[in-house]
Design a protein around this ligand. Structure first.
Ligand SMILES: CC(C)(COP(=O)(O)OP(=O)(O)OC[C@H]1O[C@@H](n2cnc3c(N)ncnc32)[C@H](O)[C@@H]1OP(=O)(O)O)[C@@H](O)C(=O)NCCC(=O)NCCS
Length: 300
């Protein structure tokens, strides 16, 4: 039976997520990190599919999904949210075929910058991406701490968090922060997050100046977080730790880029432990990552 490569549809997303979870867990178990992934509602996949279906692909054989690729585009940035092949079928060219198709999405949308976040211990994915012109830039660590440990270490001197609303003035502030940090507008993604009942967003102020934004999830996870200038990142991250602790989830976590010594120090001083090392790969330097903390490897 030949392998068919076709555009994904809404009915594929749950099965594709099950494949992604199995593929992540096979990889992390192999490298001593244990089983780390669980299935989740496929809301962001469904949002991306509706927004621009050209980035989502499946590899299928006799009705079984063997691989899944998913990219999204914002402005001139193409981002590979997921590329996963079924554990028993890796190493036979399926990943490369899927990648080729999602990369066409970049060309079709006129994106000039390409990026992704992958596991820093996966030699196969990094080798494959290098072959396609995406090179490793810096580590990104998933860090986590028990809320009880964190609350005992939180300090004052924080920024003022104002709950985000989908108003013209808040969207304008978000656009300015994105422009100063990443250099691309992520308005559609902000609207997605603001519509997500399990996520709270905040604009961060010093006096009357809006210097950044931060989102925290009901599970205590921080991100995305961005600031208008590098000297505000650490204060914004400290504020986000406080906001995340207030959520009340047992753990607080974040994906911190290795570009900032101060925020890595802050994380460690607050008891955070590295749970997973990842790496950002891109075609060229991408925005200013001394001003950005991603949400996760798929949302960026
Ligand atoms: C990464 C993944 C999607 C690749 O798909 P795949 O079908 O296994 O890969 P392919 O067979 O198409 O291509 C493998 C390529 O990786 C490269 N590669 C493999 N091992 C390598 C190594 N040690 N060093 C450098 N490059 C390597 C080669 O270019 C190889 O192609 P070639 O054999 O034709 O030269 C798949 O292995 C997977 O799902 N892994 C686990 C999950 C994961 O890490 N996904 C990426 C998340 S961003």
């Amino acid at each position: 039976m030949p392998i068919v490569y076709r555009s994904a549809c809404a009915q594929d997303l749950e099965r594709a997520d099950a494949l992604v979870v199995a593929s992540i867990n096979a990889l992390t178990e192999r490298h001593g990190f244990g089983s780390i992934a669980a299935t989740h509602p496929t809301n962001f996949q469904a949002f991306s599919l509706k927004d621009d279906a050209r980035g989502l692909w499946v590899a299928e054989e006799a009705g079984e999904i063997l691989g899944f690729a998913w990219s999204w585009v914002c402005g001139d940035l193409w981002f590979l949210a997921q590329l996963f092949v079924s554990p028993g079928r890796q190493g036979s060219g399926i990943g490369a075929e899927l990648l080729k198709r999602t990369l066409e999405h970049a060309g079709q949308s006129g994106a000039t910058s390409k990026a992704l976040i992958t596991f820093s211990f996966n030699t196969v994915s990094q080798g494959l991406y290098i072959r396609h012109g995406l090179y490793p830039r810096f580590p990104i660590y998933n860090l986590s701490v028990a809320r009880d440990v964190l609350t005992g270490r939180l300090q004052g001197g924080l920024l003022r968090g104002i709950p985000l609303r989908e108003t013209a003035s808040h969207l304008r502030d978000l656009a300015l922060i994105d422009d100063r940090s990443l250099g691309v507008s992520r308005e559609k993604h902000h609207r997605y997050l603001m519509g997500d009942a399990a996520t709270k967003g905040f604009l961060l102020h010093v006096g009357s100046e809006c210097v950044g934004y931060a989102y925290v999830s009901a599970g205590g996870h921080i991100g995305p977080l961005a600031v208008t200038r590098p000297d505000m990142l650490d204060a914004a991250f400290r504020t986000a730790l406080s906001l995340a602790a207030e959520v009340g989830a047992p753990q607080v976590s974040a994906f911190l880029p290795g570009t900032r010594d101060d925020s890595l120090n802050t994380a460690v001083e607050h008891g955070m432990r590295i749970t997973l090392p990842m790496v950002l790969m891109s075609t060229r330097d991408l925005g200013d990552w001394s001003q950005y903390v991603p949400r996760n490897p798929g949302f960026m």
